[in-house]
Design a protein. Structure first.
Length: 345
Protein backbone atom coordinates (compact mmCIF):
# COMPACT_ATOMS: atom_id res chain seq x y z
CA UNK A 1 0.00 0.00 0.00
CA UNK A 2 1.31 3.45 -0.88
CA UNK A 3 1.36 6.02 1.88
CA UNK A 4 1.31 9.81 1.73
CA UNK A 5 4.33 11.73 3.00
CA UNK A 6 3.76 13.88 6.09
CA UNK A 7 6.02 16.69 4.95
CA UNK A 8 6.35 18.19 1.47
CA UNK A 9 3.42 16.42 -0.17
CA UNK A 10 4.24 15.82 -3.84
CA UNK A 11 1.49 13.49 -5.04
CA UNK A 12 -2.22 13.75 -5.78
CA UNK A 13 -4.81 11.15 -5.00
CA UNK A 14 -6.95 10.29 -8.04
CA UNK A 15 -10.35 8.94 -7.10
CA UNK A 16 -11.21 5.53 -8.51
CA UNK A 17 -14.66 6.95 -9.27
CA UNK A 18 -13.14 8.91 -12.17
CA UNK A 19 -13.25 5.81 -14.38
CA UNK A 20 -16.98 5.41 -13.65
CA UNK A 21 -17.52 9.06 -14.54
CA UNK A 22 -15.61 8.61 -17.80
CA UNK A 23 -17.75 5.58 -18.61
CA UNK A 24 -20.92 7.54 -17.86
CA UNK A 25 -19.72 10.31 -20.19
CA UNK A 26 -18.90 7.86 -22.99
CA UNK A 27 -15.14 8.47 -22.78
CA UNK A 28 -12.94 5.37 -23.15
CA UNK A 29 -10.62 5.16 -20.15
CA UNK A 30 -8.17 2.95 -22.07
CA UNK A 31 -7.77 5.59 -24.79
CA UNK A 32 -7.25 8.30 -22.16
CA UNK A 33 -4.54 6.27 -20.43
CA UNK A 34 -2.73 5.59 -23.72
CA UNK A 35 -2.82 9.28 -24.61
CA UNK A 36 -1.52 10.23 -21.15
CA UNK A 37 1.19 7.54 -21.30
CA UNK A 38 -0.15 5.95 -18.11
CA UNK A 39 -0.40 2.18 -17.45
CA UNK A 40 -3.59 0.43 -18.54
CA UNK A 41 -4.13 -0.92 -15.00
CA UNK A 42 -4.04 2.66 -13.66
CA UNK A 43 -7.64 2.63 -12.40
CA UNK A 44 -7.32 -0.90 -10.99
CA UNK A 45 -5.08 0.23 -8.14
CA UNK A 46 -6.54 0.40 -4.63
CA UNK A 47 -5.00 3.85 -4.17
CA UNK A 48 -4.00 5.93 -7.18
CA UNK A 49 -1.20 8.44 -6.54
CA UNK A 50 0.21 10.68 -9.30
CA UNK A 51 2.63 13.58 -9.65
CA UNK A 52 1.51 16.99 -10.87
CA UNK A 53 2.93 16.17 -14.30
CA UNK A 54 0.98 12.90 -14.44
CA UNK A 55 -2.21 14.59 -13.21
CA UNK A 56 -1.96 17.23 -15.93
CA UNK A 57 -1.21 14.55 -18.55
CA UNK A 58 -4.31 12.63 -17.47
CA UNK A 59 -6.61 15.66 -17.73
CA UNK A 60 -5.10 16.89 -20.98
CA UNK A 61 -5.74 13.42 -22.37
CA UNK A 62 -9.34 13.47 -21.15
CA UNK A 63 -9.89 16.74 -22.99
CA UNK A 64 -8.29 15.48 -26.20
CA UNK A 65 -9.90 12.02 -26.29
CA UNK A 66 -13.43 13.21 -25.49
CA UNK A 67 -13.51 15.96 -28.15
CA UNK A 68 -16.14 17.60 -25.93
CA UNK A 69 -15.22 21.18 -24.88
CA UNK A 70 -17.45 20.76 -21.80
CA UNK A 71 -16.09 17.38 -20.67
CA UNK A 72 -14.60 18.79 -17.45
CA UNK A 73 -17.94 20.35 -16.51
CA UNK A 74 -19.80 17.13 -17.28
CA UNK A 75 -17.42 14.98 -15.23
CA UNK A 76 -17.61 17.39 -12.29
CA UNK A 77 -21.39 17.43 -12.47
CA UNK A 78 -21.91 13.65 -12.73
CA UNK A 79 -21.70 13.32 -8.96
CA UNK A 80 -23.82 10.77 -7.14
CA UNK A 81 -23.86 10.93 -3.34
CA UNK A 82 -22.58 7.36 -3.17
CA UNK A 83 -19.55 8.35 -5.26
CA UNK A 84 -18.44 11.27 -3.10
CA UNK A 85 -14.92 10.80 -1.76
CA UNK A 86 -13.90 11.53 1.85
CA UNK A 87 -13.36 15.22 1.10
CA UNK A 88 -16.68 15.49 -0.72
CA UNK A 89 -18.55 13.93 2.18
CA UNK A 90 -16.75 16.16 4.68
CA UNK A 91 -17.55 19.22 2.57
CA UNK A 92 -21.24 18.29 2.53
CA UNK A 93 -21.23 18.17 6.34
CA UNK A 94 -20.13 21.83 6.50
CA UNK A 95 -22.42 24.70 7.47
CA UNK A 96 -22.15 26.50 4.13
CA UNK A 97 -20.21 26.69 0.87
CA UNK A 98 -17.75 29.11 2.49
CA UNK A 99 -17.24 26.65 5.33
CA UNK A 100 -16.92 23.77 2.86
CA UNK A 101 -14.22 25.67 0.96
CA UNK A 102 -12.25 25.93 4.21
CA UNK A 103 -12.58 22.16 4.68
CA UNK A 104 -11.39 21.56 1.13
CA UNK A 105 -8.48 23.98 1.51
CA UNK A 106 -7.24 22.27 4.67
CA UNK A 107 -7.67 18.84 3.07
CA UNK A 108 -5.62 19.90 0.05
CA UNK A 109 -2.92 21.33 2.32
CA UNK A 110 -2.63 17.98 4.10
CA UNK A 111 -2.84 15.66 1.10
CA UNK A 112 -1.69 17.32 -2.15
CA UNK A 113 0.51 20.07 -3.65
CA UNK A 114 -2.56 22.20 -4.27
CA UNK A 115 -4.10 25.31 -2.75
CA UNK A 116 -7.69 26.49 -2.61
CA UNK A 117 -7.67 30.29 -2.38
CA UNK A 118 -10.60 32.41 -1.23
CA UNK A 119 -10.99 36.15 -1.72
CA UNK A 120 -13.78 38.51 -0.72
CA UNK A 121 -14.51 42.14 -1.47
CA UNK A 122 -16.94 44.51 -3.19
CA UNK A 123 -19.87 42.18 -2.66
CA UNK A 124 -18.13 39.13 -4.15
CA UNK A 125 -16.60 35.92 -2.83
CA UNK A 126 -14.31 33.95 -5.15
CA UNK A 127 -12.54 30.59 -5.12
CA UNK A 128 -9.43 29.59 -7.06
CA UNK A 129 -7.56 26.29 -7.35
CA UNK A 130 -3.76 26.52 -7.62
CA UNK A 131 -1.37 23.63 -8.28
CA UNK A 132 1.81 24.62 -6.41
CA UNK A 133 4.29 22.36 -8.25
CA UNK A 134 2.94 23.02 -11.74
CA UNK A 135 5.60 23.59 -14.40
CA UNK A 136 3.04 24.02 -17.20
CA UNK A 137 -0.40 25.57 -17.62
CA UNK A 138 -3.28 23.76 -15.93
CA UNK A 139 -5.41 21.63 -18.27
CA UNK A 140 -8.70 23.41 -19.07
CA UNK A 141 -10.67 20.21 -18.39
CA UNK A 142 -9.20 20.00 -14.87
CA UNK A 143 -10.13 23.59 -14.05
CA UNK A 144 -13.63 23.06 -15.41
CA UNK A 145 -13.96 19.85 -13.38
CA UNK A 146 -12.94 21.60 -10.14
CA UNK A 147 -15.39 24.45 -10.69
CA UNK A 148 -18.27 22.14 -11.64
CA UNK A 149 -17.52 19.84 -8.67
CA UNK A 150 -17.54 22.77 -6.21
CA UNK A 151 -20.82 24.01 -7.67
CA UNK A 152 -22.23 20.47 -7.34
CA UNK A 153 -21.28 20.50 -3.64
CA UNK A 154 -23.01 23.87 -3.23
CA UNK A 155 -26.19 22.73 -4.95
CA UNK A 156 -26.27 19.37 -3.19
CA UNK A 157 -25.53 20.91 0.22
CA UNK A 158 -28.15 23.67 -0.02
CA UNK A 159 -30.65 21.72 -2.14
CA UNK A 160 -30.92 24.93 -4.17
CA UNK A 161 -29.94 25.66 -7.76
CA UNK A 162 -27.27 28.16 -6.74
CA UNK A 163 -25.48 29.97 -9.58
CA UNK A 164 -22.25 32.00 -9.36
CA UNK A 165 -22.05 35.65 -10.31
CA UNK A 166 -19.59 34.69 -13.06
CA UNK A 167 -16.85 32.28 -14.05
CA UNK A 168 -13.46 33.75 -14.91
CA UNK A 169 -11.17 31.77 -17.24
CA UNK A 170 -7.70 32.59 -18.52
CA UNK A 171 -8.09 30.45 -21.65
CA UNK A 172 -11.13 30.62 -23.97
CA UNK A 173 -13.63 27.77 -24.25
CA UNK A 174 -15.17 26.51 -27.49
CA UNK A 175 -18.79 26.27 -26.30
CA UNK A 176 -19.46 29.26 -24.06
CA UNK A 177 -23.24 28.88 -24.31
CA UNK A 178 -23.08 25.42 -22.76
CA UNK A 179 -20.84 26.74 -19.98
CA UNK A 180 -23.14 29.64 -19.25
CA UNK A 181 -26.17 27.35 -19.25
CA UNK A 182 -24.60 24.98 -16.72
CA UNK A 183 -23.22 27.60 -14.34
CA UNK A 184 -26.19 29.94 -14.81
CA UNK A 185 -24.02 33.02 -15.25
CA UNK A 186 -21.66 34.76 -17.64
CA UNK A 187 -18.30 33.13 -18.45
CA UNK A 188 -15.49 35.64 -18.92
CA UNK A 189 -12.57 34.37 -21.02
CA UNK A 190 -9.17 36.04 -21.24
CA UNK A 191 -9.32 36.89 -17.51
CA UNK A 192 -6.24 37.32 -15.32
CA UNK A 193 -7.17 34.26 -13.25
CA UNK A 194 -9.29 31.12 -13.19
CA UNK A 195 -11.94 31.78 -10.56
CA UNK A 196 -15.48 30.92 -9.54
CA UNK A 197 -17.17 34.06 -8.20
CA UNK A 198 -20.24 33.92 -5.92
CA UNK A 199 -22.45 36.34 -4.05
CA UNK A 200 -21.49 36.33 -0.33
CA UNK A 201 -25.07 35.43 0.63
CA UNK A 202 -24.89 32.31 -1.56
CA UNK A 203 -21.52 31.39 -0.07
CA UNK A 204 -23.13 31.58 3.38
CA UNK A 205 -26.35 29.73 2.52
CA UNK A 206 -26.91 26.91 5.03
CA UNK A 207 -26.23 23.32 3.99
CA UNK A 208 -29.07 20.95 4.80
CA UNK A 209 -26.90 17.82 4.61
CA UNK A 210 -26.49 16.37 8.10
CA UNK A 211 -23.40 15.13 9.93
CA UNK A 212 -24.95 11.85 11.05
CA UNK A 213 -25.78 10.91 7.47
CA UNK A 214 -22.23 11.73 6.42
CA UNK A 215 -20.76 9.60 9.20
CA UNK A 216 -22.93 6.65 8.20
CA UNK A 217 -21.40 6.85 4.72
CA UNK A 218 -17.84 7.24 6.02
CA UNK A 219 -18.06 4.56 8.71
CA UNK A 220 -21.28 2.54 8.47
CA UNK A 221 -20.05 -0.44 10.49
CA UNK A 222 -18.83 1.78 13.30
CA UNK A 223 -22.09 3.71 13.42
CA UNK A 224 -24.07 0.46 13.42
CA UNK A 225 -22.09 -0.79 16.40
CA UNK A 226 -22.76 2.44 18.30
CA UNK A 227 -26.50 2.12 17.66
CA UNK A 228 -26.42 -1.54 18.77
CA UNK A 229 -24.81 -0.67 22.11
CA UNK A 230 -27.47 1.91 22.88
CA UNK A 231 -30.27 -0.42 21.79
CA UNK A 232 -28.95 -2.95 24.32
CA UNK A 233 -28.80 -0.35 27.07
CA UNK A 234 -25.00 -0.45 27.21
CA UNK A 235 -24.42 3.24 26.63
CA UNK A 236 -23.80 5.79 29.37
CA UNK A 237 -23.38 9.58 29.31
CA UNK A 238 -19.72 9.39 28.33
CA UNK A 239 -20.56 7.18 25.36
CA UNK A 240 -23.39 9.53 24.43
CA UNK A 241 -20.90 12.42 24.27
CA UNK A 242 -18.38 10.24 22.42
CA UNK A 243 -20.96 9.31 19.80
CA UNK A 244 -21.99 12.96 19.36
CA UNK A 245 -18.35 13.94 18.82
CA UNK A 246 -17.83 11.20 16.24
CA UNK A 247 -20.79 12.45 14.22
CA UNK A 248 -19.08 15.84 14.01
CA UNK A 249 -15.56 14.60 13.25
CA UNK A 250 -15.83 15.17 9.52
CA UNK A 251 -12.83 17.36 8.74
CA UNK A 252 -12.87 19.54 11.87
CA UNK A 253 -12.63 19.47 15.66
CA UNK A 254 -16.05 20.08 17.26
CA UNK A 255 -16.15 22.42 20.26
CA UNK A 256 -17.67 21.53 23.61
CA UNK A 257 -20.31 24.22 23.04
CA UNK A 258 -21.36 22.57 19.77
CA UNK A 259 -21.66 19.11 21.34
CA UNK A 260 -23.55 20.53 24.30
CA UNK A 261 -26.10 22.11 21.92
CA UNK A 262 -26.56 18.77 20.17
CA UNK A 263 -27.23 17.09 23.53
CA UNK A 264 -29.53 19.93 24.68
CA UNK A 265 -27.45 20.84 27.74
CA UNK A 266 -25.17 23.75 28.60
CA UNK A 267 -21.43 23.33 28.10
CA UNK A 268 -20.99 23.75 31.86
CA UNK A 269 -23.48 20.94 32.57
CA UNK A 270 -21.81 18.70 30.00
CA UNK A 271 -18.39 19.24 31.56
CA UNK A 272 -19.76 18.67 35.07
CA UNK A 273 -21.46 15.40 34.08
CA UNK A 274 -18.27 14.17 32.43
CA UNK A 275 -16.35 15.02 35.61
CA UNK A 276 -18.91 13.05 37.63
CA UNK A 277 -18.05 10.07 35.40
CA UNK A 278 -14.32 10.61 35.95
CA UNK A 279 -13.73 12.05 32.49
CA UNK A 280 -13.44 15.36 30.59
CA UNK A 281 -14.30 16.69 27.17
CA UNK A 282 -10.68 16.50 26.04
CA UNK A 283 -10.39 12.86 27.09
CA UNK A 284 -13.64 11.87 25.35
CA UNK A 285 -12.58 13.73 22.18
CA UNK A 286 -9.26 11.90 22.29
CA UNK A 287 -11.02 8.53 22.65
CA UNK A 288 -13.46 9.36 19.85
CA UNK A 289 -10.53 10.09 17.56
CA UNK A 290 -8.71 6.91 18.62
CA UNK A 291 -11.72 4.70 17.89
CA UNK A 292 -12.40 6.27 14.50
CA UNK A 293 -8.70 6.02 13.62
CA UNK A 294 -8.79 2.26 14.08
CA UNK A 295 -11.88 2.06 11.90
CA UNK A 296 -10.42 4.26 9.15
CA UNK A 297 -7.11 2.38 9.19
CA UNK A 298 -8.95 -0.86 8.50
CA UNK A 299 -10.19 0.77 5.26
CA UNK A 300 -7.42 0.66 2.61
CA UNK A 301 -9.12 3.43 0.63
CA UNK A 302 -8.08 6.14 3.16
CA UNK A 303 -4.44 7.12 3.67
CA UNK A 304 -2.82 8.61 6.77
CA UNK A 305 -3.18 12.23 5.73
CA UNK A 306 -6.84 11.78 4.85
CA UNK A 307 -7.46 10.18 8.24
CA UNK A 308 -5.74 13.11 9.96
CA UNK A 309 -7.98 15.48 8.02
CA UNK A 310 -11.21 13.65 8.81
CA UNK A 311 -10.37 13.61 12.53
CA UNK A 312 -9.92 17.38 12.62
CA UNK A 313 -6.16 17.60 13.21
CA UNK A 314 -4.38 20.77 12.14
CA UNK A 315 -1.68 18.75 10.39
CA UNK A 316 -0.50 15.18 9.92
CA UNK A 317 2.37 15.54 12.41
CA UNK A 318 -0.10 16.38 15.22
CA UNK A 319 -2.07 13.28 14.31
CA UNK A 320 1.09 11.12 14.30
CA UNK A 321 2.04 12.33 17.81
CA UNK A 322 -1.46 11.58 19.13
CA UNK A 323 -1.36 8.13 17.54
CA UNK A 324 1.96 7.28 19.21
CA UNK A 325 0.42 8.22 22.56
CA UNK A 326 -2.52 5.87 21.89
CA UNK A 327 -0.76 2.88 20.39
CA UNK A 328 2.94 3.19 21.31
CA UNK A 329 3.97 3.08 17.64
CA UNK A 330 3.73 5.15 14.47
CA UNK A 331 0.60 5.04 12.28
CA UNK A 332 2.55 3.32 9.53
CA UNK A 333 3.85 0.62 11.90
CA UNK A 334 0.33 -0.02 13.21
CA UNK A 335 -1.11 -0.24 9.71
CA UNK A 336 1.62 -2.64 8.59
CA UNK A 337 0.89 -4.88 11.59
CA UNK A 338 -2.83 -4.77 10.82
CA UNK A 339 -2.21 -5.71 7.17
CA UNK A 340 0.04 -8.62 8.24
CA UNK A 341 -2.70 -9.85 10.59
CA UNK A 342 -5.25 -9.77 7.76
CA UNK A 343 -3.00 -11.97 5.61
CA UNK A 344 -2.85 -14.57 8.39
CA UNK A 345 -6.62 -14.75 8.80
Amino acid sequence: MAHGDYGGIKHFRVSGTLRARLDDAGVQAAAVLRKANLPQDFFDQTRILVSTEELFALWNAIGEVSKDPCIGVKLGTRVKIGRFTAIGLAALSAQSLRDAARYIARYKKLTAPEEVLQEEGLGEWSVQFRWTLAATTEPPALIDFCFAWLLAVARCGTERHISPLRVELVKPRADLKAFEKHFGCSVVCGAARNALVFRPEDADASFVTRNDEILEMLAPQFEAETKRRYANGQGDFVELVLSAIQRKLTGRRPSIEEIARDLHVSSRTLQRKLQDHGSSYHRVLDEARRQLTRHYFSNPVLDLNETAYLLGYADANSFARAFRNWEGMSPRQWQEKWEEAQLLR
